[in-house]
Structure formats: structure tokens, C-alpha cells
Design a protein around this ligand. Structure first.
Ligand SMILES: Nc1ncnc2c1ncn2[C@@H]1O[C@H](COP(=O)(O)OP(=O)(O)O)[C@@H](O)[C@H]1O
Ligand SMILES: [Mg+2]
Length: 372
């Protein structure tokens, strides 16, 4: 069996007739999912860890959409982050059974990607340690937990929001590290599918002034289950490419969507304090617009992306031209970066990250992270 391409799916159970049938089916369904997780873990050789998170320590990061992250300290050098999948839905449009299935799909996708021998060793990918288990606090269900090393400087949103603004050189170095993380995934046939600031982690490099940036959260990742099969790609507004739809994509088209999301992420990293006058809400910064919980603001960003005249790209190029503190060399690099990532037509984007990394790389700083 091809381990990496194993989907591990069971056939769906039929809808039960009565509520006692439903409870029995629900219990069977939760066991089936756990067995599915264990089978994939065994096939992939994932370490099953006798570790538990420490309830005395505060939770980690901003609450994500699928999980709570807790921590435990092993010693002065290592703290582990425990990704605990939420057991119950808060959505009206999804039943508990469907939600559980989605959560297990996310856990299995993440574990599968992080077990790939090339991906897991890459310095710009979160360091995966193994899987653990815990009892749900509200029922007697056992849930899997994914364990990684904790990034001491948090996610990129928190990191950039809580320190003095960095120079363009350091910001471009951060973009380059993210590009290297996506590059290894794409080389291995994996689409991230959810690139955004909270899915990028930042670590201190011991005894230096440098940081290391790591891509994380592979719950929405996808990869080909069989040669030439098409992929369903998830969407997190407003970070998805304008051509996104809920049907299937070829692997090349799915990679082009990750490349657009990477372009938006770079735009946010470099210009998040700039006002987005073009949206018609002059007081809103790019940061506020992209991370807004206001549906009207998100709709404006979405319409900017979807306009046929490459408006998002024009907006990015305008920000580069008007920027203070960006010299001609960086200006021309950033224009190339945005021209190759943010055009509406996927065919005009870079076909691979290999074309973008040289634009972002600083000579003599090929493998080092952005400086603090
Ligand atoms: N290894 C880690 N080190 C530090 N913070 C982490 C780590 N893993 C996750 N986080 C924090 O927890 C948040 C949610 O984790 P994530 O894996 O993105 O879950 P979700 O699928 O719910 O978005 C991240 O945005 C980040 O702030
Ligand atoms: Mg996340």
C-alpha cells in the first residue's frame, strides 16, 4: 500500500431511524473514526506518546477554528504544544456526526502530511513529535491529540503585532522562509490550503538574534489519493484565490491557489499597517481588512480580488510604489513577487515556488531566518 496516499476512509454509515439507533450509530461512528486514526498512525509509523498537556499552564495562541492548543514543559529546552481537536460543533448547518468526521479528517490529514519523511525534516515546517490521546471533558469519548514542539514566539500575527515594526529586509526574509516551507510541500504533492498569518509560527534561534519561521496547521491540506485524481481544496476567507470553488481542482491548479494565498500573506506581512483606501473604507488598514470579523469589510476584500481588472495586484503595486523606506532594489523585487502571485489569471502566476524564492533570497542569507 502507498502509505502517503492512503486516505484511510471508511464508507459512510446510513442515517438511523430512531434516537436510540442514532445514539448507537453515533457511538459506532466515534469508534470507527478513532480506529481509522489509529490505523493511519500505525501505517505511517507515528509515535504514540505517553504525554499529556499540563492543565496548570495557560493555553497557547489564539483559538483556531478546529482546535485548542495546550502545552507541557519537558525540560528547560523543550515545551510541547498539544493540538486538541474540538469535539463538538458550534455550527447549525453541521450535525455532530458530520463535525466529528470533519475533525478526524483534519487530524488525519495533518498527521499524514507531517509524517512525510521530506516534509517533516524541513526547517520551515512545524516540528511534529507524535500523537497522544485524551478523554473528552464532556463525554467518555477518546480523542487524538497531535503533539509538536511549541514555537516560543507564537504565531506570525501575534509576533508582528507585538513588536516594533521590522525593516523590509527582515520582512522579506520571513516571506522567503514561508516560501521554502510551501516549496517542500508542493514538491511532495501537498497543498496547504489554509495559508494565513495564524498558521505561521515563529521561533527564536538559540544564542542568536535570528528567528525561524515555520508553516503549520495542515488540517485543510490535501494531496492526491491516486495518480491524476483531482482535489477538493478548503477555503478561509479572504485568503483564498479568486478562482476558488467547492468542486475539484487539478494538483497544478490547487498549487496556483496556494501561490495566490502566499502572495496575499506577503502583502499582509509587508503592508499590514497601510490604509486600504481602494476599498472605499479609508480608515481601515490592510490588517484590519484581512482579519476583520465584519462581513461587509470581508466582502469588500473579496470583491477587490474578484474584479476582472486585476485590482488586488494593482493595489499591491500601488502600495509598493508609495512605500517609504523601500529602496529601488527591494521595490523591484516586490513588484516581481506580486506580479507572479496576485494576478487573477492563475496561468500568469509563478507555476512553482522555485521561481519566487530567488526573488526573496538575500545573498549570504540563503538559509537563515529573518532578523529580529
Ligand atoms: N507548535 C505551536 N507552537 C506555538 N503555538 C502554536 C503551535 N501550534 C499552534 N499554535 C497556536 O495555536 C493556534 C491554533 O493552532 P492551529 O494548528 O492553527 O489550529 P486550528 O486548526 O484550530 O487553526 C495557532 O494559530 C497558534 O497561535
Ligand atoms: Mg490555524
Amino acid at each position: 500500500m502507498d502509505l502517503f496516499h492512503s486516505s484511510g476512509h471508511f464508507s459512510e454509515t446510513s442515517v438511523p431511524a430512531s434516537s436510540s439507533d442514532r445514539e448507537a450509530a453515533d457511538e459506532a461512528d466515534c469508534h470507527q473514526n478513532l480506529i481509522r486514526f489509529l490505523q493511519v498512525a500505525q501505517v505511517l509509523g507515528v509515535p504514540l506518546l505517553p504525554l499529556a498537556w499540563d492543565p496548570a499552564l495557560e493555553s497557547v495562541g489564539r483559538e483556531g477554528s478546529t482546535a485548542h492548543i495546550n502545552q507541557s514543559t519537558l525540560n528547560a529546552e523543550f515545551t510541547f504544544a498539544f493540538k486538541r481537536f474540538k469535539p463538538h460543533t458550534t455550527r447549525n448547518d453541521v450535525s455532530e456526526g458530520e463535525f466529528r468526521q470533519m475533525q478526524y479528517d483534519a487530524a488525519i490529514a495533518e498527521m499524514t502530511v507531517l509524517s512525510h519523511r521530506t516534509i517533516r525534516r524541513h526547517p520551515n515546517i512545524v516540528t511534529f513529535v507524535g500523537a497522544g490521546f485524551e478523554m473528552s471533558p464532556v463525554s467518555d469519548e477518546v480523542w487524538p491529540v497531535l503533539v509538536s514542539t511549541k514555537a516560543d514566539l507564537g504565531d506570525l500575527y501575534t509576533f508582528l503585532s507585538t513588536r516594533t515594526p521590522l525593516h523590509v529586509e527582515s520582512l522579506v526574509a520571513i516571506c522567503k522562509e514561508i516560501a521554502s516551507g510551501i516549496q517542500v510541500m508542493h514538491h511532495c504533492g501537498v497543498i496547504h490550503g489554509d495559508l494565513k498569518p495564524t498558521n505561521i509560527l515563529v521561533e527564536d534561534v538559540k544564542d542568536t538574534d535570528n528567528i525561524q519561521v515555520k508553516v503549520t496547521d495542515f488540517g485543510f491540506s490535501c494531496f492526491q489519493a491516486a495518480q491524476n485524481s483531482d482535489l477538493k481544496v478548503a477555503r478561509t476567507q479572504p485568503w483564498e484565490a479568486p478562482e476558488w470553488h467547492s468542486r475539484h481542482f487539478s494538483i497544478a491548479d490547487a498549487k496556483a491557489m496556494d501561490i495566490y494565498s502566499f502572495g496575499l500573506l506577503c502583502l499582509w506581512i509587508l503592508f499590514r499597517h497601510e490604509k486600504l483606501v481602494v476599498l472605499g473604507v479609508p480608515l481601515v488598514t490592510l490588517d484590519e481588512a484581512f482579519l476583520s470579523k465584519d462581513a461587509a469589510v470581508t466582502a469588500k476584500v473579496q470583491s477587490l480580488k474578484k474584479r476582472a481588472d486585476n485590482s488586488m495586484l494593482s493595489c499591491a503595486l500601488g502600495l509598493v510604489s508609495n512605500a517609504i523606506g523601500i529602496d529601488d532594489e527591494y521595490g523591484s523585487r516586490l513588484r516581481r513577487l506580486f506580479n507572479l502571485t496576485l494576478c487573477s489569471d492563475p496561468e500568469q502566476r509563478a507555476q512553482t515556488l522555485d521561481d519566487l524564492i530567488p526573488i526573496l533570497a538575500v545573498s549570504g542569507q540563503e538559509d537563515e531566518a529573518g532578523m529580529r
